[in-house]
Design a protein around this ligand. Sequence first.
Ligand code: CP
Ligand code: NVA
Length: 310
Amino acid sequence: MEDFLKLQDLYSAELNALIDFGIELKSKLKNKEKHEYLKDKIMGMIFTKSSTRTRVAFETGIIQLGGRAIFLSSQDIQLGRGESIADTARVLERYLDLIMIRTYKQSDVEDLAKFANIPVINGLTDYCHPSQVVADLMTLKEYKGTLKGKKLCYIGDGNNVANSLIVGCIKTGVAISLACPEKYSPDPKLLAWARHEGDIELTEDIQKAVRDADALYTDVWASMGQENEAAIRQRIFKEYQINNKILQMAAKDAIVLHCLPAHKGEEISENTFEEHAKEIFDEAENRLHAHKAIMAALFIKDFGLSKKTD
Ligand code: CP
Ligand code: NVA
């Protein structure tokens, strides 16, 4: 793994190994075992969108791994005044060991990786949110003991999180169903790939999607950058809510996941959120452990490839 740009770039073995490495690092931290995989490494973190979890998880994570991070708001660096991605990349690679970026266009992240001769991590784009989904699958594995054969149901907008969930689930043998309003489906190329590779169902019918699901997942109706569509989306997505009525149609011990931040009363009811807060905040905590696994793995030769089958 040279960069971490989207889950499609990973072999199944690498993704499964990342999830297990996250679980291992979590236990090392709890047992106060040293795990300084990135001693003295310095990471730059470019943000052109807001963040709580991603920023704090990556920054805390690299400190725990023995390194340091520099927060680079795009408003404060020349990138925000029009300096190109290519030039930014060729400068930053001279100072840093690793770059994490959260921005709008996936192509900007791919370009950054192309021009910087150091590992680049995608911390969310309009297209995908791969680091999130490593933590999500880690959480599912912790709660259910295994991933293969489980079913995750995503309800809501076919957005960046949904796109990464599709790839993450298919690559780990999790069946995925998505209930999305018409015209708000995930990326069509990803859907075609997933239909070919694994078990995926896309429907507008929430009750159908939720049947026998081991995990229910949702995300906001309007993502960052879609603020001006919020009103219209509230009308279109009105029925696409995880609540106790929907939850009853899932498997008996189904867990509820949300990448956060949540808009309670919209994509998830207040009750369901609070009743499943343990799972949701375990998932948020797992961002830390999963992101440490991603950062460290980028510096481990052939990480996860010994069990490669695809
Ligand atoms: N889920 C997530 O990425 O949260 P932040 O936007 O707070 O980083
Ligand atoms: N889909 C959301 C995820 C936030 C973590 C967004 O892009 O704003």
